[in-house]
Ligand binder design. Structure first.
Ligand SMILES: Cc1cc2nc3c(=O)[nH]c(=O)nc-3n(C[C@H](O)[C@H](O)[C@H](O)COP(=O)(O)O)c2cc1C
Length: 648
């Protein structure tokens, strides 16, 4: 097994070939120093069996060294090596090689952050003196990292606008005409200088890595993989780096290259690492939606990379390497690529990793998972992700659990998402929970509707109602030809006709999936563009907007082009549904008739909580969780399941 082979880079020997990719949003104090949560966050991953952890970006000053030393001492106890990213902020944080991060005024201006915040971030052009100061500052921080016990330092020279070094390299962000701009030697100068200064500060034996954006994914306007192989790799190698970490994209303009939603196939960017490997003898790290260890092993066998990064996968399941090495692959909870994001109390932003929608334990203060003081008989009603998670946790705690589902299969609402081609990766959480039902000995009963008689017979101590929610079909469409709600439609995919109208603007992924299979799809809704794909988180939303609207965002590559099937009609009311025709009216009173074979309703959902109400007093403890308690998302279902099941 290649994955288990150690690899030596300068004076660092990494025990295996799985490494944790760097995350900016690791827990820490506001001033950047380490706290108990930082240690716990990395220790969880170290326990899980990775060989190397790449700590997210730091600005370690002498006063922070002792704290980071403590962190490194803890991680080193597990035999795991610790690298650390050092970054000079780029255009995204308001400074760059050139005043504005766009190649020309006519070009699409909106990057992800501007698009999301509605602000155009001004970028200050750095002077030569300022650039030299930053070069020296980065070498100083690197020296502090070494003093703090890190085994390696990595220059962040990736993701375009996210990093100064990367922005200097890219013609998209760098339009200077002095010695830091223009030709390749000049655009490489900043990164090369930093590496040389780091080398001087760190000594010859100490491993220095560099993370590059092998392709900015901005077509010929940015760095291409050909440029990387011809100019970037040789220049950095000559400057003295010891390992290439190959990422891609540009944070504000093509963010899905970096944090890929599930729409991108697993491991789809490994070809970039493979291309870099062909032009260097140094070790190469590959990354990008690699969620299964079998794929990681295959990439190593095929010589596409020397080390495999996992990022979000180790957020979803920190024990991924360990489970695989122990022959328990089927117990791995795989990342769904949902790019979860939430606004937190106090206005902070939580993005995937912190928290991860499917890993309750990733949060700062989870309720501990302990054995129950007294084993109880637990009945879970409903086998969606909330119900299965509650059953898993209750069983792990020693309770005797029966889970009853009225349908013929488990999965509930998430099964519908998993059956939609664009979001098929939601299958990952269902597979995980399904296996857990068996391994934890949950008594699963399908095709069974729970009623008072059933509860009276089973005599559970605890009932957890997890009956989910139902889609509401407006009266005007009820019982009409070819009408299905979103869930029914996905479950009866083959019955969906050629001409499809989707009533509701949230179901963009369903619409695109149907269109991609050759159906003619129209989406209609009362709202405007702001309601399109409203429930989809940031990177998915951005992707969907690029596909479905004319919003002024970069579309430099073929897959970023706009498509016209589905057609989208905003600001309309439905006036009539009859004989395979839906009649709509716009705000000016204009009407249009849309013929359809299938009319899919995807609008509001309502909690199925009637049973919960009926079961009050029929068992000593009755709870409701997930959509049954309030229509929300997967994270809410998983969280509410844990909050109940960890306490009973
Ligand atoms: C929340 C989040 C924060 C990230 N922060 C950084 C960062 O600070 N530096 C960096 O180079 N990459 C960063 N990345 C990119 C990851 O290192 C990794 O390349 C990416 O998540 C793709 O790998 P994955 O599909 O295995 O998650 C971040 C990714 C996520 C999801």
């Amino acid at each position: 097994m290649k994955l288990k082979e150690p690899i030596t880079i300068k004076n660092m020997t990494i025990p295996n070939r799985i490494a944790m990719a760097p995350f900016a949003n690791y827990p820490r104090e506001i001033n950047g120093s380490v706290n108990d949560l930082t240690i716990r966050w990395y220790e969880e991953r170290a326990k899980g069996g990775v060989g190397l952890i790449m700590h997210g970006p730091v600005r370690i000053m002498p006063e922070h060294v002792a704290g980071f030393k403590k962190l490194n001492d803890v991680i080193h106890k597990y035999g795991v090596k610790m690298g650390v990213q050092v970054v000079g902020g780029g255009p995204m944080s308001g400074q760059g090689p050139s005043p504005s991060p766009f190649p020309d005024a006519a070009h699409a201006r909106l990057g992800l952050f501007e698009y999301q915040t509605g602000q155009n971030i001004p970028v200050k052009e750095l002077s030569i003196e300022e650039i030299e100061q930053i070069e020296n500052g980065l070498a100083f921080i690197a020296a502090n990292c070494k003093a703090a016990g890190f085994d390696s330092v990595q220059l962040h020279c990736t993701h375009g606008s996210a990093s100064l070094a990367s922005a200097f390299v890219s013609p998209y962000y760098n339009r200077r005409t002095d010695k830091y701009g223009g030709n390749w030697t000049n655009r490489m100068r900043f990164a090369v200088n930093v590496i040389r200064k780091m080398r001087k500060a760190l000594g010859d034996d100490y491993p220095i890595m560099v993370r590059i954006s092998a392709d900015n994914l901005l077509g010929k306007k940015g760095v291409t993989i050909e440029d990387t192989c011809k100019y970037v790799v040789p220049a950095l190698e000559e400057a003295g780096v010891d390992c290439f970490d190959v990422s891609q994209g540009s944070m504000t303009h093509t963010t899905q290259g970096i944090i890929l939603p599930m729409y991108y196939p697993r491991g789809c960017f490994i070809y970039l690492a493979e291309a870099v490997k062909k032009v260097t003898k140094l070790p190469v790290i590959g990354v990008g939606r690699i969620v299964d260890m079998e794929m990681a092993e295959r990439f190593l066998q095929e010589g596409k990379a020397d080390i495999i990064y996992m990022g979000r996968q180790l957020a979803a399941d920190p024990d991924t390497p360990k489970k695989y090495f122990e022959g328990r692959s089927d117990e791995i909870r795989k990342c769904c690529g949902c790019v979860y994001r939430e606004v937190q109390e106090g206005g902070g932003m939580g993005i995937c990793g912190r928290p991860c929608a499917i890993n309750y334990d990733i949060q700062d203060n989870p309720i501990p998972l302990t054995k129950a003081a007294k084993p109880k008989k637990v009945l879970v009603v409903g086998g969606g992700v909330g119900g299965m998670e509650a059953a898993r946790i209750a069983a792990l705690r020693g309770h005797k659990v029966t889970l009853v589902e009225k349908e013929s299969g488990l999965g509930g609402m998430v099964a519908a998402l998993a059956d939609t081609p664009m979001t098929a990766e939601f299958r990952n959480i269902l597979d995980y929970l399904g296996v857990q039902m068996r391994k934890q000995g949950v008594d699963v009963r399908l095709c069974k509707e729970v009623d008072e008689a059933f509860v009276a017979e089973l005599k559970p101590d605890v009932v957890i109602a997890a009956a989910g929610s139902s889609m509401l079909v407006p009266e005007i469409a009820q019982g009409k030809h070819g009408v299905m709600d979103h869930i029914q439609a996905v479950k009866n995919w083959r019955a969906i006709g050629h001409r499809v109208v989707i009533w509701g603007l949230v179901a963009a992924e369903l619409a695109i999936s149907l269109a991609e299979q050759g159906r003619d799809v129209v989406m209609i809704g009362r709202g405007g563009e702001e309601t399109l794909a409203r429930d989809d988180p940031w990177a998915r939303h951005y992707y969907l907007f690029r596909k479905l609207t004319d919003v002024n965002i970069p579309r430099e590559t073929p897959e970023a082009q706009r498509i016209y099937n589905p057609e989208i009609i905003y600001h309309v009311d439905v006036k009539e549904v009859a004989n395979g025709i839906i009649k709509i009216e716009d705000r000016d009173g204009g009407t249009r008739e849309l013929p359809y074979d299938t009319l899919i309703i995807s609008r509001e959902r309502a909690s199925n909580n009637a049973l919960f109400d009926r079961l009050q007093g029929k068992a000593p403890e009755v709870y409701k969780i997930g959509d049954c308690a309030g229509v929300a998302d997967i994270k809410a279902a998983i969280w509410s399941a844990n909050e109940v099941a960890r306490k009973i």
